[in-house]
Design a protein around this ligand. Structure first.
Ligand SMILES: CC(C)(COP(=O)(O)OP(=O)(O)OC[C@H]1O[C@@H](n2cnc3c(N)ncnc32)[C@H](O)[C@@H]1OP(=O)(O)O)[C@@H](O)C(=O)NCCC(=O)NCCS
Length: 199
């Protein structure tokens, strides 16, 4: 497949894509993942990191509505469920959104259930999708936009090679306070493969 196949006008998005690392498998979302997604996203520390507005508390009806409308691999977005390979457990979600074929850019969003934090799963999942974005669908720039307090997410993205481009001061008002947002980017020319790619 040509590296930029997906972003060429006459090419179809890639269906049923699976990306496999040492610890995690990125696969399609399944209906049976939904109760765990609700459980994970209802933890306040997981919900706190989400920039996109997810209802809180998150109900099974909310996630079912999202699932019914999900176009997992479209021209504008890719959404993957994250599975821990050793146990076969669904542990979170990760996707690229706002893909603009002309500019070849996209923004990523990732979340893991709290029991799976800090074990390298996030770094590997980000690396797998970044590889996919640059090498298979032809992106030139991928953005991550964590909140400034989210040191774990910032460190995770830095390990893959993301750099800070700047901070949006008091960008979000939530729970009675204004929150700064860190704009991070990885360019295709800067990417040499993260820890997962390098073994
Ligand atoms: C952000 C997230 C995806 C990261 O995934 P993860 O699997 O926990 O991350 P990893 O284990 O691969 O890497 C985390 C790194 O942060 C470091 N870290 C942990 N707590 C930290 C802290 N308070 N300050 C700085 N670094 C910290 C870890 O030590 C590790 O770095 P190291 O390998 O150099 O030691 C995950 O924590 C998560 O889902 N959080 C909740 C949702 C969220 O905030 N999503 C991001 C929205 S932008």
């Amino acid at each position: 497949m040509r590296r930029d196949a997906h972003l060429e006008e006459d090419k179809e998005p890639i269906p049923n894509m699976r990306l496999e690392g040492r610890k995690v498998l990125l696969r399609e979302f399944r209906r049976e993942d939904l109760p765990l997604a609700v459980e994970y996203l209802n933890h306040p520390d997981v919900a706190a990191g989400q920039r996109i507005v997810i209802p809180f508390p998150y109900r099974i009806e909310d996630v079912e509505k999202w699932f019914e409308s999900l176009d997992a691999h479209s021209e504008k977005a890719y959404a993957f469920a994250i599975e821990e390979k050793s146990s076969g457990t669904f542990i979170g979600g990760w996707g690229l959104e706002g893909i603009t074929p002309h500019h070849r850019s996209a923004e990523g969003h990732i979340w893991l259930g709290m029991d799976f934090w800090g074990q390298g799963c996030g770094t590997e999942a980000v690396t797998l999708l970044v590889d996919f974005g640059f090498l298979q669908i032809g992106l030139n720039k991928i953005k991550m936009c964590p909140f400034a307090f989210n040191a774990m997410a910032i460190r995770c993205y830095e390990k893959v090679g993301f750099k800070e481009e700047g901070r949006l001061q008091q960008e979000i008002f939530r729970n009675g306070e204004f929150i700064d947002q860190v704009m991070m980017r990885l360019l295709r020319s800067e990417y040499s493969g993260g820890p997962a790619a390098n073994g």
